[in-house]
Design a protein around this ligand. Sequence first.
Ligand SMILES: Nc1ncnc2c1ncn2[C@@H]1O[C@H](COP(=O)(O)OP(=O)(O)OP(=O)(O)O)[C@@H](O)[C@H]1O
Ligand SMILES: [Mg+2]
Length: 252
Amino acid sequence: MAAPIIDIRHVHRIFETEAGLAHVLHDISLTVAAGEFLAITGPSGSGKSTLMNILGCLDTPTSGTYLLEGLNVAELDDDELAEVRAERIGFVFQSFNLLPRMSVLDNVELPLVYTDCPRREREQRAVAALAAAGLPADHYDHRTNELSGGQMQRVAIARALVNDPAIILADEPTGNLDTATGRMVLETFHRLNAAGKTIVLITHDPSVAAAADRVVEIRDGRLHHPAEAATSAPAVAPVSTPAPAPAKGVSA
Ligand SMILES: Nc1ncnc2c1ncn2[C@@H]1O[C@H](COP(=O)(O)OP(=O)(O)OP(=O)(O)O)[C@@H](O)[C@H]1O
Ligand SMILES: [Mg+2]
């Protein structure tokens, strides 16, 4: 079997807060195969976004390892991390995070502005990403604050796609959408997955999670692999867990 695209082992995340240490992620081990569509589900406050921030190299584990496409993330400096985020990962959030006064096209081109991609090619790639995300072409000149929620999320998906990342990380992408619109956005993820993208979708909604190939659940910062419970061999053999290293500075 090919090496997993995401491979995290024995990850802990401990935040330093005024009230003391908050041990949010406990001994999380998870692999995601290239081309897989994984859903991570769990109740509010269980640690989903904390895990997503680590998967997206926006935060680093307090202890444990993360190999992204075989690369040990802990060994990358800030510039290299920024490069990995920009080139390998597309992010989609619940609140879309678009710039309201800019046009749809300008929003989608934004991740390319800081690269050496020529202006003309930036626009071509943005148009292709918008088409892949399913936004009708007569909306490309609109300001994003003139769009519906579902249209805004398509723009956000296009922005996540414009760098042609291997992985799309989506944190509650349907959380602000009505059921029918959410279903359309999920269909978009399915199409992208069929075209080869690895998708990790975070949701507290089991009916949204059911759209994925595989579902894992976080409860109180611990990961549960329901589908694997029935099989004899877990993906990562349990080993005795070393005590987590002392918390380092809060970097989230
Ligand atoms: N930077 C931080 N410092 C301290 N505690 C944090 C920090 N980030 C998250 N937490 C805590 O970690 C826990 C998990 O938060 P997280 O945002 O990962 O939950 P979630 O599963 O994404 O919840 P929701 O479904 O509501 O988005 C919460 O108790 C939260 O208060
Ligand atoms: Mg969250």
